[in-house]
Design a protein around this ligand. Structure first.
Ligand SMILES: *[C@@H]1O[C@H](CO)[C@@H](O)[C@H](O)[C@H]1NC(C)=O
Ligand SMILES: *[C@@H]1O[C@H](CO)[C@@H](O)[C@H](O)[C@H]1NC(C)=O
Ligand SMILES: *[C@@H]1O[C@H](CO)[C@@H](O)[C@H](O)[C@H]1NC(C)=O
Ligand SMILES: *[C@@H]1O[C@H](CO)[C@@H](O)[C@H](O)[C@H]1NC(C)=O
Length: 466
């Protein structure tokens, strides 16, 4: 039975998460090119995460806002206010692999919907959708955080990226990186074309799906321009929807780690390829049973117990039970009142801080903040159409030698059974003036929740989350 006071503690927890600046800074990025870093937990399998309900516990972290799950429209990532950038980041990594994300991008000037792969040494593979460019998807990659503005590709999307769900798939081996749009190969990157292999993404990646405001007035000017202009937060909310994400790890093991400081794929060590990863355990763990109501608990009691209770309730017992029930309900309403009072206090405090900020008192002390809390399941219907997997299940290597793995994976994986021809070169169908593209500040660094200020000289000021 829910304790009368858990109402208070739950809302207190929520408020403290919303106002806590530490939640965002739990993890500092450790760059394995500079020092020894903790190993990366592996995915070590292939799995389709259907966002008709909350993903299995432990598989993804939600940062910088709330992600809501709906059985028809999937995961909703909403920017309702300045400072929000809800993001799902995998707790697992894949070392060469494939993701297939079925999503609908958000509208809104300056709003960026994105699918990002990021590694610890900041190799990156992206799909990005600008709210002000409803007819276009962009693809990008970076090696070792070298922010080369000429890497981006721009691709027209029939029907528009905001009107409909589309299939954004990326396939990655050590031989090539491919982006597929609705089943069509639209871009291929070969290692030799990425700074002669050095900027080719080649280290274990995590998947981050999220939305952020490149047009936040707190962003650097260049970022705002790149994002399509300043965001009008009053015209929102802006929402992107993701139905599902299939993620395949082409390696199998429990952990991946960097064997040296080169950031080269053949330096990556794969641990325990014969064992199941924590991610596999998380995926296979049955979901927790929903808390039973008092009535359900009563119904579940064996009838002998029930008649015992009835017998005891006869006479004086009945009075005692009634008294207890009255007490319980009174406590519960007291709890709710206290929760309301607590929330009001927090709001007053927030407004006070806001006032300080408006008066220009130490505004820079208010760094961009993110919150972290578990979204609640919004629906868990099993009736969500699950996308049939393609030639997904490829051969797993059981070899400890990491060099073997991508080789086999590459050989086993044929993403384009139709044999779609690679475009000539890896350049985009449409090209934007690279000079107009500033250093971008998409910052799914995974460890620290994505904060658009990562690469920005000046952090955006969140005036909503404090
Ligand atoms: C998405 O595209 C990939 C690559 O073309 C394809 O293998 C896969 O079946 C597609 N997924 C869905 C759900 O249509
Ligand atoms: C290309 O790689 C070399 C190291 O091999 C690095 O020093 C250089 O900065 C890279 N160039 C670019 C444009 O990223
Ligand atoms: C690994 O997980 C699979 C289910 O995905 C299970 O059938 C198998 O027994 C597990 N293997 C080990 C070694 O635990
Ligand atoms: C996700 O959250 C858990 C618990 O707070 C933490 O241990 C883990 O490192 C986080 N993972 C990422 C990728 O941020």
């Amino acid at each position: 039975m829910m304790s009368p006071y858990s109402v208070v503690s739950a809302s207190a927890l929520l408020v403290s998460l919303l106002s806590s600046p530490v939640a965002a800074q739990l993890h500092t990025l450790c760059n394995p090119l500079e020092k020894d870093c903790p190993p990366d937990p592996a995915l070590g399998t292939a799995h389709t995460f259907n966002f008709n309900s909350t993903p299995p516990s432990g598989t993804f972290n939600t940062t910088a806002g709330e992600v809501k799950y709906d059985k028809d429209t999937g995961a909703a990532f909403t920017i309702a206010k300045q400072g929000y950038s809800p993001t799902l980041t995998s707790n697992f990594y894949f070392f060469f692999g494939r993701t297939e994300v079925i999503m609908k991008a958000a509208p809104g000037q300056g709003i960026i919907s994105s699918i990002v792969w990021k590694s610890d040494d900041l190799d990156e593979v992206d799909w990005e959708f600008l709210g002000s460019k409803p007819g276009e998807a962009s693809t990008n990659y970076f090696g070792k955080d070298r922010r080369d503005n000429t890497n981006a590709g721009y691709h027209p999307v029939e029907g528009g990226v905001q009107a409909d769900f589309h299939n954004y798939t990326s396939v990655w081996t050590k031989e090539k990186l491919e982006w597929h749009l609705d089943g069509k190969l639209i871009r291929t990157l070969l290692p030799k074309d990425a700074n002669n292999t050095d900027n080719y993404p080649q280290t274990p990646m995590m998947l981050s799906i999220g939305i952020w405001a490149g047009g936040d007035p707190g962003q650097p000017k260049g970022t705002i321009e790149w994002a399509g202009g300043p965001t009008d937060f009053d015209a929102g909310p802006y929402t992107m929807h993701v139905k599902s994400a299939r993620v395949e790890d082409f390696s199998k093991g429990t952990e991946y780690s960097y064997g040296d400081r080169t950031g080269k794929w053949d330096s990556i060590k794969i641990k325990e390829p014969e064992k199941n990863s924590t991610a596999i355990e998380n995926i296979n763990r049955p979901p927790p049973e929903p808390e039973k109501s008092v009535g359900e608990k009563w119904d579940a009691l064996p009838s002998s117990t029930k008649s015992g209770v009835f017998a005891a309730a006869g006479g004086v017992g009945a009075l005692a039970i009634i008294a207890l029930l009255v007490y319980y309900f009174r406590q519960r309403s007291r709890g709710q009142k206290e929760a309301a009072r607590y929330a009001a206090e927090q709001e007053a405090e927030r407004q006070e801080l806001e006032q300080f900020r408006k008066e220009g008192r130490d505004p820079d002390a208010l760094e961009h903040e993110a919150t972290e809390y578990n979204p609640r399941a919004m629906g868990a219907g099993p009736n969500f159409s699950s996308y049939s997997a393609v030639p997904n299940d490829h051969e797993r290597s059981n070899s400890l030698n990491s060099m073997d793995v991508p080789e086999k994976a590459a050989a086993a994986w044929d993403p384009t059974s139709s044999g779609g021809a690679a475009p000539t070169g890896h350049m985009p169908l449409l090209t934007h003036d690279p000079d107009a593209a500033p250093q971008r500040s998409n910052t799914f660094d995974g460890r620290a929740p994505q904060s658009p200020s990562q690469y920005a000289p000046e952090p955006p000021r969140s005036n909503t989350l404090r």
